[in-house]
Ligand binder design. Sequence first.
Ligand SMILES: *Cc1c(COP(=O)(O)O)cnc(C)c1O
Length: 370
Amino acid sequence: MQPLPYFQFRDFPAGLEAQVQQALLEAVAGKQYVLGPQVQAFEQEFATYLGAGAAVGVGNGYDALVIALKALGVGAGDEVVLPVHTFIATVNAVLQVGAKPVLAEPDKHTYNLTAETAARHINPKTKAILAVHLYGQVCQMEGLQGLAQSQSIKLLEDAAQAHGAKYKGQQAGSFGDAAAFSFYPTKNLGALGDAGAVVTSDADVKAFARKYRNYGESQKYTSEQVGINSRLDELHAAVLRVKLQLLDAMNAERQRLAQVYLQALQNTGDLILPQTAPDCEHVYHIFNIRTKYRNELQAYLQEQGIGTAIHYPVPVHLQPAYTFLGYKAGDFPVAEELASTSLSLPLYPGLTEPEQQRVVEKVKAFFSKV
Ligand SMILES: *Cc1c(COP(=O)(O)O)cnc(C)c1O
């Protein structure tokens, strides 16, 4: 049996790779390389797709978070409320701008930050809420928008795992004062290397981000503000334009594959399967299952040649590098349970039916023995 890795790039929809190669050739012939016409066109097309005012292409998702936080005026002395169950980049970005990350428990069922859990941490120092649309499901945004408005604080979305996901028919990344996207290759919309975008409908945030990503320049060699270099390359933008056209088709395939798992794995052992909240269209960046036999199941699948992943094995508050934040084991029981029970199954556009059946059979075989 061929090993089945947790993730692989496949030519899906068929012809994607040829289209990507063609776009690359054209971008090479354009000889612009950085912040040229491909970037401009992608920014326009992505903003239109999201129903947002503007997208500003940057170097990666982390920079998008940092630039968005800065654009919203978050800095030293400010607190930012964010979920403890997230990728480390979210909390890192808050520290990068000199603010204090204040961690909040996720919801038990959606694994996302909610207005209820965020509200417990709001005080006069709170400058923003940073909501993460984890695994491809948008947070319950109505509550979070209401909370941010009533407290006169900013709302920022980390949409790095939620390209094309919707809540009440509206696109992830179009709810907050700003949103950060990553186009890391494995994301639902991925470049051929590092890339990201700040998305906003606020003209001031847009203006700040456009300057800040390029040394603060408003025009060549005139810096109106201090900035950094976090520019988007033409080659990435050209590829992203092709893949944006196919994003809905790729997400629909992820949803179809998720339905197969959801059907086949119901009532299997103690498995807890992902739940989609009523107003959400989940895009399954990650298909997460939970079991108290997580480590044993992962080892068994590995023996059977099936790769899996854990998102995330150590919650932010227990990461060795972040002990200075002052948290301890037991502070976030929901997140700690997620960390010890979560397992991500292979799910990506192009995963074949026999491959997926093999995963299903082996998971079931494992639970028939425990
Ligand atoms: C991937 C990711 C990021 C960071 O994006 P990079 O492009 O890798 O810097 C931030 N937040 C979340 C939730 C992510 O999944």
